[in-house]
Design a protein around this ligand. Structure first.
Ligand SMILES: *Cc1c(COP(=O)(O)O)cnc(C)c1O
Length: 417
């Protein structure tokens, strides 16, 4: 057992569904991201069915993995989207997603992005500051439009996750204090080109406990009540994303438990519920496939140098994140303690530390749980073209992104005359 339903060993060889990973590497090369359509579909349907008949919209957080094929798959399942840039809006549209099911988050939306989103008639702007609200009101006025707005509040709860992905503490740059949101909602008449339709929060990512979500919900419901007693009606509540996944031994709430908690805590109100899951929809549906280039034994450590690096999967270098690493071909020779590292010229370029594995040069490794914040955070550092991406659908391997070429990297650069 690998612990990942779509990535399974058969006779000591790792498969994705019915396809040997060895075959994918032979055909498409490495490093290569490999996704399972059935895993993506299952995760979406778990969210959707857990809401049962509650009025809801799942807005997939595009930044977790923005490949057009993945967006298109979620769009076909009925998903909405959470975007954080004009580029992501264009991706959603290109992939056949519905702008009217799209919410726009982020602290720094610029004029052009606000125009594009108003033009596309998106569902809601998640506004993160008064300055942004003033700008949006003005742009909507210039376009003779009314901008639907949800204020993103910062509920000041500790998400108990890595500080880089914690967003709901008062010292973080995200959202606004509840008291400020309350004041702004009450001065709605100052913003005639804005319509306040929602209330929003997002407290962080990779949360493995339900408690911080419940604290945030309680604060949001309090605010909702205060607004209601002043005659302000809100149409939807957006609880953001953040549900964690299992990378190693974490035991995050299940999708079903998480959604049930949201529904149960809001049983008394009639507002539509929105959520913005990213990682929990795609994280465990993808792996990064890489080949061992060299084994290097120094007096103090053993290194396995592989052809994927921090530019392909930044999470270990950025957050010291743990990804399980499985050999594509298992055998029972003696294991050694390995540092799994890439070719990039940084000591921070590692994919895993201290892994007990039995390795052979030329063999393949699967870096597990790489579907979220893998490809979408990749770069060309060290002039490394970005990896290929493939998706398995009922035994067929589809290329959903060609491996980048060196020529593409040079294409926009110019030397002086
Ligand atoms: C990143 C982000 C999400 C998605 O977070 P996950 O932890 O991947 O579920 C949702 N909403 C906002 C505003 C975000 O910034």
């Amino acid at each position: 057992m690998s612990g990942f339903p779509e990535f399974i060993y058969r006779n000591n060889e790792l498969f994705v569904e019915s396809v040997p990973l060895e075959q994918i590497a032979a055909e498409f090369g490495t490093p290569c991201y490999v996704y399972s359509r059935s895993a993506l579909t299952r995760a979406y349907q778990e969210f959707d069915s857990a809401f049962a008949d509650r009025d809801h919209l799942i807005c997939y957080a595009v930044k977790a993995n923005a490949n057009l094929a993945i967006l298109n798959l979620f769009a076909r399942l009925g998903s909405g989207f959470d975007i954080v840039s004009g580029g992501e809006l264009l991706r959603v549209i290109k992939a056949g997603g519905n702008p009217q099911k799209t919410v726009f988050s982020g602290v720094g939306k610029n004029t052009e992005e606000m125009r594009m989103a108003l033009e596309a008639n998106i569902l809601c702007f998640n506004v993160e500051s008064e300055a942004e609200l003033i700008a949006l009101n003005q742009i909507a006025k210039d376009m003779s439009k009314i901008a639907p707005v949800s204020l993103r509040v910062n509920p000041d709860v500790d998400a108990k996750t890595h500080p880089y992905i914690s967003t709901g503490l008062k010292e973080n740059k995200f959202g606004m204090p509840i008291s400020e949101a309350e004041r702004i909602y009450q001065s709605a008449r100052l913003y005639p080109h804005v319509r306040f339709t929602g209330l929003d929060c997002h407290i962080g990512s990779q949360l493995t406990e339900i408690e911080p979500f419940m604290q945030a919900i309680e604060k949001i419901l309090n605010l909702l009540n205060n607004l209601k007693s002043r005659g302000l009606e809100i149409e939807h509540l957006d609880f953001g994303g953040g549900l964690g996944i299992r990378y190693a031994h974490e035991t995050p709430p299940s999708i079903k438990n998480y959604v049930s908690t949201l529904c149960a805590s809001t049983n008394d109100i009639k507002q539509r519920l929105l959520i913005e899951p990213g990682r929990s929809l795609v994280g465990n549906a993808g792996i990064l496939l890489t080949r061992i280039e060299y084994l290097k034994h120094t007096p103090v450590r053993n290194f396995a140098i592989v052809d994927a690096a921090m530019n392909d999967l930044m999470r270990p270098a950025l957050y010291d994140a743990y990804h399980e690493i499985l050999p594509v071909n298992k055998h029972d020779r003696e294991t050694q303690n390995y540092q799994i590292v890439g070719p990039v010229c940084e000591t921070g370029d590692f994919l895993g530390h201290d892994r007990k594995l039995s390795l052979t040069t030329g063999n393949l490794l699967a870096i597990m749980s790489a579907g979220a914040y893998g490809m979408s955070m990749s770069s060309n550092y060290n002039t490394r073209p970005r990896a290929a991406e493939v998706m398995i659908d009922k035994g067929t391997v589809h290329i959903i992104r060609q491996r980048e070429t060196i020529d593409q990297l040079f294409a926009t650069e110019r030397v002086l005359p």
